[in-house]
Design a protein around this ligand. Structure first.
Ligand code: ADP
Ligand code: MG
Length: 347
C-alpha cells in the first residue's frame, strides 16, 4: 500500500469586512469547528482520483485537465499547484470528508484546496509556510477555476484555529489573531438559499469595483477618503460600491479594536451596520436574507449580518451564549428554511 498523508482545514465565517479583500482593505474572519479533512496518496502517473462523501461516484481526472465546471475542479487545481510548488511529482488519490456545507459562504472551496496543499506539504516534508500555501490556494481559485476571489478565505483557513478571529490586512498580509468575545457566540445560520461564486454576480460586483478603481486611479478602493468618494463625479453604481468598500474597511478596523477592547456591544453594532451597507450600497443581499437578519436582531442578537460573497448563503449573529438555545429555536420557528450550521466562541 502506498503512503497516505492527511490534513484538515476549517471552514470560516467572516465576522465583518465583505468584498474588501480585493480592494486593499481589512477582513475579520473566524475559524469554525466544521472543516474538511483530506487524505492524499501520491501517484507516480498523472491521474487524479477523488472520492468525496458528498458525491456518489468518484471523479477520475488527469493533471493536465482544464477546469470544466465539475466538483472535482478544485482538487485537480490544488494538485497542479502542488506539482508547481514541487510538493508532488504526479497525480494523487484523494479522499475528502467534510462538514462544511458547499456554496454557503463558509469557504468549503478554500478549505478543500488548503487541506490538499497541506497534505502535499506533509508528503514532501517541505517547510513552505502556511502563508505560502494560502497564496497558492488563491491562485487555484483565481487562475485555474476562474473565481475572482481575494485572499481572505485562504489565509483564514490556512492560519486561524477555532475560537479566534483573524484581523487581516489583505494588502500587506499582516495579521493578528484575536480572541472571540467571552460569553457570546458567533452563530452561523444558513438562509436556505444557495449561490455559487461562479454564477456571475460576484464577478459583476468585482467588475463594478474595477470601474471605480479606474476612475479613482487606485487598486485600493478601501483606502480612499469617504468625502472624496461621496463628491466624485461618477456613475451611481460604482460610487455605491466604492462607498461600501471605504466604510466597510473602517468598520472592520473598528471591529478589530472592539475585539481587542472586549467591547462586544460595539462589535455587534458594527456588524449590523455592515449588513445595511451590503444591502444598500453593495447590493449583495436578498430580501429573504434581510428578513432573516432583522429577525435575528429582533430576537436579541447584539449584531447580525449576511456573511460571505452574497446573494444567498449564511448570516452570522452575535448572541449572548446563555440565550443561544432559545434564540435559535425561535429563529428557526419563524424561518423554517434556515438551519443552524455552527457557533464560534472563545476557546
Ligand atoms: P464555498 O467556498 O462558499 O463553500 P464555492 O462555490 O466556492 O462555495 O465552493 C464549492 C465547491 O468546492 C464545490 O462545488 C466543490 O467543487 C468543492 N467542494 C467543497 N466541498 C467539497 C467536498 N466535501 N467534496 C468535494 N468537493 C467539495
Ligand atoms: Mg469558495
Amino acid at each position: 500500500m502506498s503512503a497516505t498523508f492527511t490534513a484538515r482545514a476549517p471552514g470560516r465565517v467572516n465576522l465583518i469586512g465583505e468584498h474588501t479583500d480585493y480592494n486593499g482593505g481589512w477582513v475579520l474572519p473566524a475559524a469554525l469547528s466544521v472543516g474538511i479533512e483530506v487524505t492524499l496518496a501520491p501517484r507516480s502517473d498523472s491521474s487524479v482520483a477523488v472520492s468525496s462523501l458528498n458525491y456518489d461516484a468518484p471523479a477520475m481526472r488527469e493533471l493536465s485537465d482544464d477546469a470544466v465546471g465539475e466538483w472535482s475542479d478544485p482538487c485537480v487545481g490544488a494538485l497542479r499547484e502542488a506539482n508547481a510548488l514541487g510538493l508532488l511529482t504526479g497525480g494523487a488519490a484523494l479522499d475528502v470528508t467534510s462538514s462544511v456545507p458547499e456554496g454557503s459562504g463558509l469557504s468549503s472551496s478554500a478549505a478543500l484546496i488548503v487541506a490538499i496543499l497541506k497534505a502535499a506539504r506533509e508528503a514532501a516534508g517541505s517547510d513552505l509556510s502556511d502563508v505560502d500555501l494560502a497564496i497558492a490556494a488563491r491562485r487555484v481559485e483565481n487562475e485555474y477555476m476562474g473565481v475572482p476571489c481575494g485572499i481572505m478565505d485562504q489565509m483564514a483557513v490556512a492560519l486561524a484555529s477555532p475560537g479566534s478571529a483573524m484581523a487581516l490586512d489583505t494588502k500587506s498580509l499582516d495579521w493578528e489573531i484575536l480572541p472571540l468575545p467571552a460569553g457570546h457566540e458567533m452563530v452561523v445560520v444558513h438562509s436556505g438559499l444557495t449561490r455559487k461564486l461562479t454564477d456571475g454576480r460576484y464577478g459583476a460586483r468585482k467588475a463594478e469595483c474595477d470601474a471605480a478603481k479606474r476612475h479613482f486611479g487606485t487598486e485600493d478602493l478601501c483606502l480612499l477618503d469617504q468625502a472624496e468618494v461621496e463628491s466624485a463625479n461618477i456613475d451611481e453604481v460604482p460610487k455605491r460600491r466604492a462607498l461600501h468598500c471605504v466604510t466597510e474597511h473602517q468598520r472592520t478596523l473598528a471591529a478589530a479594536k472592539a475585539l481587542r477592547d472586549g467591547d462586544v456591544a460595539r462589535l455587534g453594532h458594527l456588524m449590523s451596520e455592515s449588513h445595511v451597507s451590503m444591502r444598500d450600497l453593495f447590493e449583495m443581499s436578498l430580501p429573504e436574507i434581510d428578513t432573516l437578519v432583522e429577525t435575528a436582531q429582533g430576537l436579541g442578537a447584539i449584531g447580525a449580518r449576511l456573511t460571505g460573497g452574497g446573494f444567498g448563503g449564511c448570516i452570522v449573529a452575535c448572541v449572548p451564549a446563555s440565550e443561544r438555545g432559545v434564540w435559535m429555536a425561535e429563529l428557526l420557528k419563524r424561518h423554517p428554511h434556515a438551519r443552524f450550521i455552527d457557533a464560534a466562541s472563545a476557546a
